[in-house]
Ligand binder design. Structure first.
Ligand SMILES: [Mn+2]
Length: 336
């Protein structure tokens, strides 16, 4: 079954095979009906392939994976690395952002990521930015935040410096990695240019002001936005967009599954005016959407911290279809 997710989100994603052809049907969102079972591997090329978790590529081959929102789930991360047979110095991992918060071991996830050198890149997510804002004293931690382990760590400054140096957008071949998504009017090249502008701002003397609040940004893109508005909207969209209205403006309140969205809203990647369809935009952030794979978008936040799963999507696989490997998420999810 390739059914739309049921209402009530976030939910656990299923643990067995995604039917072939699921990605070709539109608009169908999410990863299909829960089927249970312990087989975590989803390989769209069918049975027999990839028992090692590295597809039908030789063990010595380099592999590139995008990994969904880890959110402090260090145990799930280590389990996933084992499943994909990750080796530092050989493979490349692109983390979709939200490395920290809500889960139990944010500091260990950051230490691991920092120690991987060029083998790991990560884009900044809203939780990562919230941590940076709290560390800078321009945001206040909220009741359910769990990144105090980072703030209290002896190597805190080093970890925060690593995190602050992460980009908002990464291009890897025909894939473009960003935490939440892109505004429909942006081309991929424009999104990269905007990301570089916002990254420079975040690292500069005015970075704290942007970290303090990006949510008050305008919600619709215009060519004549003032620089500060432009950067705030770009940041807001890259780390928090889910649905847009018919005019392409962000609608920040709706966080549920797309099937439950009000009729005037559409997922950003399905807006008819979207200009970034020539790349495959790889995102996390939208746990209620779940795994959603199409030619021009791959959403891979499968709700690890919410009792779902942590997923890795192979980016350099063959033409046989998508290969997704996942492992169980946090057994006892935090308060929503
Ligand atoms: Mn997020």
């Amino acid at each position: 079954m390739c059914a739309a997710p049921r209402p009530g989100a976030p939910r656990a994603s299923p643990g067995s095979a995604i039917p072939r052809g699921c990605r070709l049907r539109a608009p169908v969102y999410g990863s299909g009906a829960p089927t249970g079972g312990g087989a975590a591997r989803r390989d769209m090329r069918g049975p027999g392939a990839a028992r090692s978790g590295r597809g039908d590529h030789p063990e010595s081959d380099v592999a590139t994976y995008a990994i969904g929102d880890i959110q402090g789930c260090h145990d799930s991360l280590l389990a996933l690395l084992e499943r994909i047979d990750y080796r530092r110095g050989r493979d490349r991992l692109l983390l979709a952002g939200d490395l920290v918060n809500r889960g139990p071991r944010s500091v260990d996830v950051l230490r691991w990521a920092r120690d991987q050198g060029d083998s790991v890149e990560a884009v900044l997510g809203n939780h990562d930015l919230h941590l940076l804002g709290c560390a800078a004293g321009v945001r206040r931690a909220r009741r359910h935040d769990t990144f105090q382990d980072v703030l209290a760590a002896p190597d805190r400054e080093e970890l925060l410096a690593w995190l602050r140096a992460r980009p908002l957008v990464v291009r890897e071949g025909s894939a473009l990695l960003v935490h939440a998504g892109l505004l429909p009017p942006w081309t991929a090249a424009q999104a990269e240019e905007l990301a570089r502008e916002v990254e420079a701002e975040l690292r500069g003397p005015r970075g704290a002001a942007l970290l303090a609040d990006w949510s008050g940004a305008p919600r619709a893109w215009r060519g004549d936005l003032a620089p500060a508005e432009r950067r705030a909207l770009a940041l807001s969209a890259m780390v928090s967009i889910r649905c847009v209205d018919r005019a392409g403006a962000m609608e920040p309140a709706f966080k549920g599954p797309p099937g439950d969205a009000p009729p005037e809203l559409v997922p950003w990647f399905d807006h008819p005016g979207r200009r970034s369809r020539d790349v495959r935009v790889v995102v996390g952030h939208w746990a209620a959407l779940g795994l959603h794979l199409a030619a021009d978008v791959a959403a891979i936040d499968t709700g690890c911290v919410w009792g779902g799963r942590l997923s890795a999507l192979r980016l350099d696989g063959g033409a046989g279809g998508d290969e997704v490997i996942d492992v169980p998420g946090l057994a006892v999810p935090p308060p929503a």
